[in-house]
Design a binder for this molecule. Structure first.
Ligand code: NAD
Length: 507
């Protein structure tokens, strides 16, 4: 027996969404704008409820939830509302001599019915931002929030339908089994945010229907620290990017640091000062640190700390409170590359530091692992910076700060390799949910003779000329054809160009 959504099966829900899409309602510009405005209204009117739901799921502080989720979601919506009328316009592009005369356009069209499966760590933003993109592009959309953040999931199920057109924008709650059922349906595009293991399940299900996918995944985001920096500023930025981002449970939080053996102790001292300033002497009591999402993840993180390869490596933190699911910010120094926490994504408040003799070695360490979603470097050395950008492959990078790349609406956000495929944010979200339809328009006045059989040696010569970049014979042919089409009837005048009679050359 499959799941039911208000008495309807997953297949019936999708069939209904397809009908709604076929009716053309979601393509109407005013409909899209009305939905986006309604989302802004929901964020304004329900900010308290949203923050409370995020708090229940993660004990994330109100300020952090506002800064990193609620405000960003509102900004994404307002930005889309401001730009949408330009994005929906067909884009004129140049044409080639081969199609002369013609006009060419790229017309964005919605894919149809979109499935968005989101993750628990930024449960509000990671759900609503893709929905904004899908609506802006004119699709119908089903959102499946993460069951691992049940309060935010329930908020979406209860509140979103009160604001938006529920016949075209649906929230379906559920866990792995319900999601598997949804994945059996034929969607026009699927966006999945989560881990690479489930991403493979999503992609395999999508392949059955040749459905395109966007996979927003994670990985081990490296952070290289040079010794020539403003250490006080750098330490604050590292701490807020790691522990101030959902206690390290963020896909772009720095996962590990690489620095030189000679600089490591100074860096650790600066991090300790910043940590104490931000979270006090007993960080387990700080209301500014999120908790670990559930006991399964808590046990996973404890297991990383119990690995004998990191025994004696903790230089700060390490305290745990299983009852409240809290782990204090923890720094480990001189962690070997074969430690468990260097082999998998940490996704929590543990920060290993790997030390090297020369920072040049850090590129090899990074490149020996799967491509990360984000890579960070703190330096004043321009050559190192250039090498970093050139040598390291990552979804995105940020120099001399952490996580802020995520907030720039003009930068695409997405992974590469194991950290994902496809990207969104700003106009990229609109593009992610739009098919780019190529439209070429011609009229009847000019014919290009050599495209039609019989293919004579002369025609072949023109084609060869074209292939080597010589358009002159073709130009002559086109001008002659135009001349013949436009000349007065019964005119007997010869057709001479550059001293040559071309009149019978291409017939
Ligand atoms: P999760 O447990 O919330 O799972 C994500 C979604 O997958 C959920 O909606 C869940 O219902 C669904 N799911 C789980 N098992 C499934 C199955 N067997 N079949 C079908 N669907 C299933 O989140 P998670 O995977 O723990 O998320 C953490 C990972 O996500 C990390 O690797 C992190 O780096 C990554 N992440 C990436 C981004 C990004 O934007 N690139 C953002 C957040 C998290």
């Amino acid at each position: 027996m499959g799941s039911e959504y208000e008495g309807r099966s997953a297949a019936e829900v999708v069939a209904g969404m397809k009908e709604r899409f076929a009716s053309g309602k979601t393509r109407i510009f005013q409909w899209r704008v009305a939905q986006l405005k309604a989302i802004v209204r929901m964020i304004d009117e329900k900010e308290d409820e949203i923050a409370a739901a995020i708090y229940e799921d993660l004990a994330k502080s109100r300020t952090e939830a506002c800064l990193q989720e609620i405000a960003l979601a509102k900004d994404a919506c307002l930005f889309t509302l401001k730009k949408l009328k330009h994005w929906v316009k067909p884009q004129k592009v140049s044409t080639s001599i081969l199609t002369f005369p013609s006009t060419a356009q790229i017309v964005p069209e919605p894919f149809g019915v979109i499935l968005i499966i989101s993750a628990w760590n930024y449960p509000f933003l990671l759900s609503i931002e893709p929905v904004i993109g899908a609506i802006a592009a004119g699709n119908t959309v089903v959102l499946k929030p993460s069951e691992v953040a049940p309060s935010t999931s329930s908020f979406f199920a209860k509140v979103l339908p009160k604001y938006v057109d529920n016949s075209c924008i649906r929230v379906l709650e559920g866990s792995a089994s319900e999601t598997s059922e949804l994945l059996e349906q034929k969607w026009d595009k699927i966006m999945y945010t989560g881990n690479p293991r489930v991403a493979r399940i999503v992609m395999a299900a999508a392949a059955k229907h040749l459905t395109p996918v966007i996979l927003e995944l994670g990985g081990k985001c490296p952070l290289i620290v040079d010794s020539n920096i403003d250490l006080k500023v750098a330490a604050k930025r590292i701490v807020v990017g790691k522990w101030g981002s959902n206690s390290g449970q963020a896909c772009i939080a720095p996962d590990y640091i690489i620095t030189t053996k000679s600089f490591a102790a100074k860096l650790v001292d600066a991090l300790k000062i910043a940590l104490q300033k931000f979270y006090g002497k007993d960080p387990l009591q700080s209301t500014d640190l999120s908790r670990i999402v559930n006991i399964r993840h808590f046990a996973r993180l404890r297991n990383l700390l119990e690995d004998e390869k990191v025994s004696g490596k903790i230089v700060y933190g390490g305290l745990q409170d299983e009852k409240d699911l809290k782990i204090a910010p923890t720094i480990l120094l001189d962690v070997p590359c074969d430690a468990l926490m260097m082999e998998e994504e940490i996704f929590g408040p543990l920060l290993p530091i790997v030390t090297v003799d020369d920072l040049g070695q850090s590129f090899d360490i990074i490149n020996s692992k799967e491509k990360p979603l984000a890579a960070y470097l703190f330096t004043r050395d321009q050559r190192l910076e250039e090498n970093f950008v050139k040598t390291v492959s990552a979804g995105g990078m940020l120099i001399n700060d952490t996580i802020l790349q995520f907030t720039n609406r003009h930068l695409p956000f997405g992974g590469v390799g194991e950290s994902g495929m496809g990207f969104y944010h700003g106009k990229f979200s609109f593009d992610a949910f739009s098919h780019k339809k190529a439209v070429l328009r011609r009229c009847f006045i000019v014919e290009i003779p050599m495209r039609y059989p019989p293919y004579t040696p002369q025609k072949q010569k023109v084609v060869r000329g074209l292939m080597s970049g010589n358009v002159l014979p073709l130009l002559h042919a086109l001008i002659r054809k135009t001349y013949l089409a436009l000349r007065p009837p019964h005119s007997t005048s010869q057709f001479h160009l550059i001293g040559k009679d071309w009149s019978n050359h291409y017939e």
